[in-house]
Design a protein around this ligand. Structure first.
Ligand code: WT7
Length: 648
């Protein structure tokens, strides 16, 4: 491959290939502009028209009711998401179309048609009802990436139960915290799942969590690995036994557009994860339209998003968005490099994947593993590529474009958040040129702005500022579960008239946004969001730790690496063994994704005279900068910084 560094200096634009453009759903910038303008000038007409493409038991009386910061969309409308994802298609030729193509890490294959999925969902919905779950009850889902995970989500949606999916990589402790916060009545888990050839002992971790969660009355266990797991009589039930004895017909619960659909926990700038609440109607309509237009989705596509269902990407763009569109969505259980680093390309080749959506951190790993792996497989079926989760460096963008897309596939770099529910900023692949590193333009109805710290629109957006959204959109979070005050404070208090994203951004003369990353105390490690406070509380819960401060350091593959500065209690001494013990302690407390990359023992942490840790300095020290830049006049003890730099 030619050296791509040379082109990094260029401001290259990649126009949509003509072949792609002329078949695309949106084919020109002018078409985008006209629709975008309408979506802002008359959002009610725009979103009303989109919503009419879906099924409602009763129509809405008003498209939007906006009492900042509270929005209600499709007011009084009655619908059901599982009905729109399943029944609507089963009534058409799509009945026998593949809804989910699944591949397990060990290599098993399963295909569920819309009809199959419809029946499975109804059966499991009946099983949930039999266990006493009803509308409004919370159900926690702690599962590997298997079809039953999607079935469980859809079954909850069918009966109006609110699901809270907890990523299977989280620890027992993190699971317990999330179950308790949601006061879940039921937990759905599996005996285990496969990851890099090993079994992840989900049931064992669930049992540990359940010791602290009195709200859980029943546990449903899917048999995945066949490993022996203890089953507590009266509490634990095998999934396959439950669904054997129930009817496969379960009418959908009539849900109000604003009835809760799910809670998904995400990290913020305090120690406690936030339960982001999404509701039914707006989320359904927005994920439907973004999936259709951003991925230019057609009935003939085989669409694959490589995220885990434990994250928002999996909710919106593996399960709900694709299924509401009647698409074929592929689900893969395991690691990208098991048994070898070509697993993803093998899957693309085997199933003829046409649309592929992954994270920059994965692309950087593929680059490191080398081109020989993708070159072993036919990737000709691919027609569109996407990325999400963190800024993509132009080098990785160009590699993705040349090696995976073979120069033929547009790339959509989609910026959004757990809180936004769906894609907010992106190019539309048939309408816009892509610029490596730039996410692109606002999606329909989205009104971004770049502000300064005082809340004014910046005069020079190309130099950057804080990214805010000034209009409500259908899939915006409605609240933080159990903490409405935090919702207001977190998102709507920095600027009284806008949603604060927590990201910095720049905008160029063409109106393209480039996302700079988080400006708050949130790290983005390999596309996973982690709060520094969460990591710090995990560290100080270790008996040897007195104080801890965690910062991110730029990392070539993961985007950011976790560096923890730790001061010890007087009885403890720094050692390599303690370093390893602390890393393991954090991994056990939160999950393996939170394992610090580096622990630095320190005599003291740099603080202001009022006692606030100066993270800005720590970030510079962690990055290995020898000259500390910026104002240090508020620093209480300058010697602390010198010590830290010397690594004493
Ligand atoms: C944060 C949200 C949205 C699903 C995955 C992450 C960062 C997300 C991009 C992108 C630059 C991005 C932001 C955002 N982010 N997509 N295309 N370019 N940064 O969801 O865990 O809620 O994290 O991810 O910093 O605020 P999340």
């Amino acid at each position: 491959m030619e050296r791509i560094e040379a082109v990094l200096k260029e401001n290259r634009r990649f126009e949509p290939p003509e072949e792609f453009r002329k078949r695309a759903r949106i084919q020109s910038e002018a078409e985008y502009e006209a629709l975008y303008r309408e979506s802002l000038e008359d959002p009610e007409a725009f979103w009303g028209r989109v919503a009419e493409e879906l099924h409602w038991f009763e129509p809405w009386t008003q498209v939007l009711e906006w009492n900042p910061p509270h929005a209600r969309w499709f007011v009084n409308g009655k619908t059901n998401l599982s009905y729109n994802a399943l029944d609507r298609h089963v009534a058409t030729w799509r009945k026998n179309k593949a809804a989910i193509i699944w591949e397990g890490e060990p290599g098993e294959e399963r295909v569920l048609t819309y009809h199959d999925l419809w029946r499975e969902v109804q059966r499991f919905a009946n099983a949930l009802k039999q266990l006493g779950v009803g509308k409004g009850d919370r159900v926690t889902i702690y599962m590997p990436m298997i079809p039953e995970t999607a079935i469980a989500m859809l079954a909850c949606a069918r009966i109006g139960a609110v699901h809270s999916v907890v990523f299977g990589g989280f620890s027992a402790n993190a699971l317990a915290e999330r179950i308790k916060d949601a006061e879940a009545k039921l937990l759905i888990t599996a005996d285990g799942g496969y990851r890099r050839g090993r079994v992840v002992p989900l049931k064992a971790q669930a049992d540990e969590a359940l010791a602290e969660t009195p709200s859980v009355e029943h546990v449903v266990v899917v048999r995945r690995t066949g490993e022996a797991v203890p089953m507590q009589p009266g509490r634990d039930h095998w999934y396959h036994e439950l669904v054997e004895s129930v009817p496969d017909h379960c009418p959908p619960e009539v849900m109000d557009a604003e009835d809760p659909l799910f809670i998904l926990y995400t990290s913020g700038s305090t120690g406690k994860p936030k339960g982001v609440l999404h509701t039914t109607g707006g989320y359904m309509v927005y994920t439907y339209l973004t999936t259709k237009l951003v991925f230019d989705l057609k009935d003939e596509d085989t669409y694959w998003c490589t995220a885990d269902v434990g994250w928002i990407t999996g909710h919106s763009y593996i399960v709900y968005g694709p299924l509401v569109n009647g698409a074929t969505t592929l689900m893969y259980e395991g690691a990208p490099n098991h048994p070898e680093p070509d697993r993803f390309w093998r899957i693309v080749d085997k199933y003829g994947v046409t649309i592929f959506y992954t994270a920059p951190t994965a692309i950087r790993a593929f680059m490191k593993w080398g081109e020989a792996w993708p070159r072993k497989h036919r990737l000709d079926s691919l027609r569109l590529l996407g990325t999400v989760g963190e800024p993509i460096n132009p080098e990785a963008w160009l590699w993705y474009h040349q090696v995976i897309g073979q120069g033929r596939c547009p790339i959509v770099d989609t910026w959004w958040q757990t809180e936004t529910g769906g894609i907010m900023i992106t190019t539309l692949p048939g309408a816009h040129a892509a610029k490596p590193g730039f996410a692109g333009k606002p999606f329909f109805g989205v009104a971004p702005e770049i502000r300064d710290a005082e809340g004014n629109r910046v005069e020079t957006p190309e130099e950057g500022g804080y990214l805010v959204l000034t209009r409500p959109w259908p899939s915006m979070l409605r609240t933080v579960w159990g903490d409405p005050e935090r919702y207001r404070r977190q998102y709507w208090s920095q600027y009284p008239d806008a949603y604060f994203t927590g990201d910095g951004a720049r905008r160029d003369a063409d109106g393209y946004y480039l996302i700079l990353g988080r400006v708050d105390d949130v790290l983005n490690v390999a596309g996973h969001r982690l709060g520094t406070m969460e990591l710090e509380s995990a560290l100080v819960s270790h008996p040897d730790v007195a104080e801890a401060a965690v910062v991110g350091r730029p990392h070539p593959e993961k985007g950011e690496a976790i560096v923890a500065f730790v001061t010890l209690k007087s009885h403890a001494r720094p050692s390599e063994a303690l370093r390893e013990a602390l890393k393991a302690h954090v991994a056990n407390t939160i999950g393996p994704i939170a394992r610090p990359d580096e622990i630095r023992f320190a005599e003291a942490l740099p603080k202001t005279r009022s006692g606030k840790i100066m993270r800005r300095l720590l970030r510079q020290i962690a990055a290995g900068e020898t000259e500390i830049k910026g104002d240090t006049s508020t620093l209480e003890d300058r010697e602390v910084v010198e010590q830290l730099k010397r690594g004493e």
